[in-house]
Design a protein around this ligand. Sequence first.
Ligand code: 5GP
Length: 190
Amino acid sequence: MQLLEERIRRDGIVKDGDVLKVDSFLNHQMDIQLFEELAREFERLYHGCGVNKILTIEASGIGVASITAQVFGCPLVFAKKSKTRNIVGNVYSSKVHSFTHDQDYNIIVYQNFLGPEDRLLLIDDFLANGEALTGLVDLAAQAGATVVGAGICIEKAFQPGGDKLRSQGLRIESLARIKSMSVENGIEFC
Ligand code: 5GP
């Protein structure tokens, strides 16, 4: 999506360790007008797929997922991160390794909020190694929900998550796909 690629070129900052900082418009300060354009694009891509719920993961996915839910006219559920090891009670839970913080945590969703009647669109700001999406797919499977696909703002296509999950049959639509990036040479899109 040209609009997003232009914004990444203009305001994205490449950091060491394959990290792209986009916190001036995506995950700290949020450009809601841009989010609306991204959400409309997700809706165009998944139009007619019967999506009745958006699922994302806290915290940085919540902003764009909220606007996406508004455009789809459906609820948004976000998986909460929990440091507690022993998860008990009426929750679905899955273990996720954080790319940005290099640590494991559990994600949980109350069982009331996901079920077999749900047709889910998974939304996240980034796709890197695919851990976050894998965790969300796992929660959906525990609930017996259908995953229609995933909508990603920025896929770092030089990292393995996208290929891995697509090869497992997950539909992934990424609005910007980065082929390579470095502090010295900047960003190249696919
Ligand atoms: P994955 O689970 O696919 O390895 O990583 C995706 C998650 O890590 C996203 O939810 C996002 O919050 C975070 N993430 C991965 N790569 C980046 C990055 O380059 N920049 C930022 N800001 N977050 C990232």
